[in-house]
Design a protein around this ligand. Structure first.
Ligand SMILES: *Cc1c(COP(=O)(O)O)cnc(C)c1O
Length: 399
């Protein structure tokens, strides 16, 4: 085995440089803890960017994966397979949607959702000039389609031209959306809770207003639940507490608990927009990844994960409010459940770095000034307390 420094140097010389990584090499995990190659323990409040909902090294989840490895990994979508059917049944039941397509990532789920929107509009008038409204400060992924609806100039600029016909409205400003709607608008896409943009939940009036707008103009409402879905807000899917339902929804991150699997789901008229030949994937929804998704959905139900998130979310809210009251450098708290953010009056990069290196606490930021709290959904109060204590060690010196 190489030393930590050797791994870092080799990684820097071999791996394509699109990330600035923290100088830590993780080796294994257990529950809400990660361990580096020197055996040092970390408390994880990032969950691999909101992926490891069930935490690390869950015995029941691991058993299901191992069993599927010994049975069948892949067959292609030219045939049926059992885990895809089982996972499909569970996710449709949890969401109330009508159809699901399993993908390899969140980005690909967004691509599929955008294709449904285009296809739905094309079915009506066979024209090629349809527009989609997206939100400023949104994040939907890095492929050309997903990037085109990501409201971030920094990510978009070097890769233009992107998809034509995309317009950006202000999140939580219904009038700004209305102003962009015309005869050619076929869909509105947004995150129910903006994640990377800084943890901004959609307001109830706003989401209901957008839903009504979509109904009035026969446009599809696409809700990206890749980060905020799968129980993270204290609802299985964040939109479920608003009393609205999307036509199309995207899911990924916590769906596979570390196994790369995403999905786009459609309801009603959107569920019938695409026909055989319109979309495909070699790996997507293969027996291995859908066995993972199936087990995740099963364990969510069995362990009442969503109820647990509600309880832990209230506790985390209380503790983060306490920090916000106590340290003037913190200017606000946002979010619900186990997707919350603290906004700072200064860039948070050095705090996040110190938390990792000095306090062995894994935190991630969301934009320059926000620390995002997206721990494994299985955290307990004692872990919240431990996180607060570690974070205070750093904040003490920042105020
Ligand atoms: C992470 C994320 C994506 C992209 O998912 P990948 O699996 O990284 O492709 C899309 N939308 C939202 C809201 C996300 O948080």
């Amino acid at each position: 085995m190489r030393s930590k420094q050797e791994y870092i140097e080799k990684a820097e010389s071999e791996l394509y440089k699109t990330y600035n990584r923290f100088p830590v090499v993780f080796d294994h995990g257990d529950g809400v803890r990660l361990y580096d190659t020197d055996g040092v323990e970390y408390l994880d409040f990032g969950a691999g960017i909101a992926v490891m909902g069930l935490g690390y090294n869950d015995p029941e989840f691991n058993e299901a994966l191992k069993a599927q490895v010994d049975k069948l990994l892949h067959t292609s979508n030219l045939f049926y397979n059992v885990p895809a059917v089982e996972a499909g049944e569970l996710i449709l039941k949890a969401s109330g949607m009508d159809k699901v397509f399993f993908t390899n990532s969140g980005t690909e789920a967004v691509e599929g959702a955008l294709k449904i929107a285009r296809r739905y509009a094309y079915n009506k008038d066979s024209s090629h000039d349809h527009e989609i409204i997206a939100m400023k400060h949104s994040f939907h992924g890095r492929s050309f389609g997903a990037l085109s609806v990501t409201g971030n100039d920094h990510y978009q600029e070097p890769f233009k031209p992107l998809l034509p016909g995309i317009k950006f409205a202000d999140f939580n400003d219904l009038d700004s959306v209305k102003e962009l709607v015309n005869d050619k608008t076929c869909a509105i896409i947004m995150e129910t809770v903006q994640g990377e943009g800084g943890i901004y939940p959609a307001g109830e009036e706003f989401l209901k207003g957008v839903r009504a707008l979509c109904d009035d103009h026969d446009m599809l409402l696409i809700l990206d639940e890749i980060q905020c879905g799968m129980g993270r807000t204290g609802e299985m899917f964040a939109w479920q507490k608003y009393g609205v339902k999307p036509d199309v929804m995207t899911v990924a991150k916590a769906l596979g608990n570390g196994v790369p699997v995403g999905a786009f789901l459609a309801a009603g008229k959107a569920g019938a927009a695409m026909s055989p030949g319109d979309h495909g994937t070699t790996y997507g929804g293969n027996p291995f990844v859908t066995a993972a998704a199936c087990k995740v959905l099963e364990l969510f139900e069995k362990r009442k994960i969503v109820d647990h998130v509600k309880e832990m979310g209230e506790y985390l809210t209380k503790k983060l409010n306490f920090l916000a009251d106590r340290y003037p450098v913190i200017t606000g708290r946002r979010g619900t459940g186990l997707i919350q953010g603290l906004e700072f009056s200064v860039p948070v990069a050095s705090i996040v770095n110190q938390a990792l290196i000095e306090q062995k606490l894994v935190l991630i930021s969301a934009g320059a000034n926000v620390i995002r709290f997206v721990p494994p959904l299985v955290i307990e109060k004692e872990h919240v307390d431990e996180m607060v204590k570690k974070l205070e060690e750093i904040l003490k010196h920042h105020s």
